[in-house]
Design a protein around this ligand. Sequence first.
Ligand SMILES: [Zn+2]
Length: 408
Amino acid sequence: MRKPIYGAKAIAVEGSVELSWLKSTPMFQANDDEEFARIRIFRREEPFVFGEDYEEFFFNADASGADLLFEGSIEATNRRKYVFLDRSPALGRTYAYWIQTRNSAPVGPIPVRVRDPEVWWSYREMMRRLEALRDTAPGTVELSVCGQTTRGLDIPCVRIGKGKLAMGLVGAIHGGESGPELIIPALRRLVEESPDLLQTVQVVALPSVNIDSREDEVQGAPWYIRTNPSGVDLNRNFPALWDQVEYGYGFSTDEPGSLTYRGPAPASAPETKAVVSAFSGELPKAVFSYHALASICGPPALAANSAEGSEGYVNRCKYLIDIFGKAFYPEPQFAGKWLGFGCCAGSLPAWLVERGQVPAFDLECGFDTDALRRCRRDETDLSLLKNYQTRHFEGVRALLEALAREED
Ligand SMILES: [Zn+2]
C-alpha cells in the first residue's frame, strides 16, 4: 500500500517524545491538504528488552491495542513537515507510535525508548559539565579537542593535574555502554577533594569516544548500539594485531555488518584516530576503558589476550587492579578475581600493550550481580548510577594515590 507520509521518526528529548513526519512527495506535489486535515496518533508501550531485543522486534507490528493519543489537526511547517510532542511518556519505557491521516491505514510502528537524561547524558550535557569543571579550576583542568566523530562532532579530551601522567580514562568506545557519567564526576571530585594528589599526578580522559552512537541511544534508539555510524566496532579497529580475525560473541570481525566489524583498515575510524592521537605523547601508567552497559561498569577488568603470557606485565596488571578493585568494592561479597583476559585483536588494551606495555583494561561488570542484571537491561536508575559514581571515584583515587607514591 502506498503511504501518504515519509521521514517519520520519533526522538526522545529530555523525557518527552518528538514525533515528526513529512507529506510524501506525491501528496506534497498534489498539494493535498484534505488527507492531512485530521491526524490521529496512536501509541503502545512495548515489552521490549534492551540487550536482548533488536530492531526486528518491531517488524510487522500493527497498531492493534494501541491507545489513541491525539486526534485533530496539526499545522504543517513549509506546507510539508508535521511535529507532534508527546509529553506523557514514562522514563525507562519503550513505545511504538503510529500516524494515521484521514483515509489511510496507520503508518508505523515508529519505535523509541525514553531514557532518563540524568542516567544517559546527552553530548550537550557532557560538554556543559566539562566546561563547568574547567571553569571551576582553570589552572588544574585543561579541556581540548582530540578529534572528530564520523558525523563531525568534536571529541573532547580533558587533563587534570600537573604531575606525571598516571592514568588514562577512555569512555564509551561502544555507544550503549558507559563513560561520561562515571568519568566526569570522578574528575570533579579529584579536583575538589584531592588537590595535593594532583600536584604529583595527571589524568587524561576522553569521557566519550563513540559520541554519535551514544547520542542515538540518548535520542531513543531502543536497542543496544555497539559500532560507530559506519558500522565499525572501535574496539576492533586499533592498529594492533588488526589482521587477526576474531570470532567472539559468534560474530566475525572481518565481516561488514557484523557487530564486531574491525573496519576496512587499521585505525580507519575517526574516533579511533582521536584515541591514538590522545596517547601519542607521554604514556600513562594505567588506562581504563569503560564497557558493561547503560552507564555503569566496574571490575572485573579485562586485559589484552596478547599479553597473557608475559609474567611481568600480568603481575603489574594484577597489582594495579587489586588496588582499584578493593577501593571500588570494599564489601567482602564482591571480592573476586578482579583481573581477567579477553581483550582481543584490534582492541584499545591490545594497542596500548604494543604501544608501550601500558597496563590497560576494559572495565566490565560482574561481581555485583544485581547491578549487572539491571545495566544489561538498561534499567540503571539514578540511585544505581550514583552508587557506581562513588565506587568509581574511590577506585580511581586509590590507584592514583598508589601511582603518586611511586613518583616520590
Ligand atoms: Zn564494550
